[in-house]
Design a protein around this ligand. Structure first.
Ligand SMILES: C[S@@+](CC[C@H](N)C(=O)[O-])C[C@H]1O[C@@H](n2cnc3c(N)ncnc32)[C@H](O)[C@@H]1O
Length: 207
């Protein structure tokens, strides 16, 4: 079953009836595009979404949060780490990321990302760390922030089992759906149009 909700995940998560065993958060850390289309390095304050995830997740479930390594010290990340229980933080970096303003968002330079790799490491309770691997950046077919499907596959294989429900509160492309075989998948984003294209490609539909 694939389900999609369009809107703010902070408002939507409490209304979801299903209890997810795995929540994968690739939220809006880092630089944002301003209304006049220039770049600035603001960040989204507040961890309401994180609290909402903790209230919703299965008590034995797992929450994974993607944090760009370069932004590990930002205030949102610090607030998250101070909020217990923090389950898993998946830090990632990008081999081509030497200019934060140009490297962050591929809307300006898709090829740069397409030819590079994401390097993921993982911190459990921000205490131990574990190397997860290099994942090639795939063609950004659906969304400028699309992460490699292999990363989702790894997380889903490791932290869930057949029949579980996966919640993707910042779905973006919804590429995660491609890795959700034998799982239920629930996506939230302000815009679900990219997900509708993923659904078409995997010959599935949203309920
Ligand atoms: C980094 S992108 C996610 C990319 C995704 N992991 C992928 O692989 O395609 C973050 C997404 O979060 C969405 N977003 C930001 N704030 C949100 C909120 N409060 N509720 C729901 N979606 C939000 C944005 O629209 C954007 O698509």
């Amino acid at each position: 079953m694939y389900k999609g909700y369009e809107g703010d995940c902070v408002e939507i998560i409490p209304t979801i009836e299903e209890i997810p065993q795995l929540i994968i958060c690739d939220g809006p850390f880092g630089p944002r595009m301003s209304k006049d289309s220039s770049w600035y390095t603001g960040e989204v304050d507040g961890i309401d979404w994180f609290k909402a995830c903790h209230e919703k997740v299965d008590p034995k479930g797992v929450i994974v949060v993607f944090v760009p390594t370069q932004l590990m010290m930002n205030s949102q990340y610090t607030a998250m780490c101070n909020y217990r229980p923090l389950t898993n933080v998946l830090t990632w970096t990008h081999s081509g990321w030497n200019d934060i303003e140009r490297g962050w968002d591929s809307r300006s330079d898709t090829k740069k990302w397409t030819n590079n790799i994401c390097i993921f490491g993982q911190q459990h309770h921000a205490e131990q760390s574990e190397y997860i691997g290099h994942y090639p950046i795939e063609e950004l077919k659906y969304h400028p922030h699309q992460k490699p499907v292999g990363v989702y596959q790894y997380l889903i294989d490791r932290y869930s089992k057949d029949g579980d429900t996966i919640l993707d509160p910042f779905a973006g492309s919804g590429i995660c759906a491609k890795a959700c075989k034998n799982r239920d998948y629930i996506a939230i984003d302000f815009d679900l149009e990219p997900l509708s294209r993923v659904m078409k490609d995997i010959n599935a539909s949203l309920v």
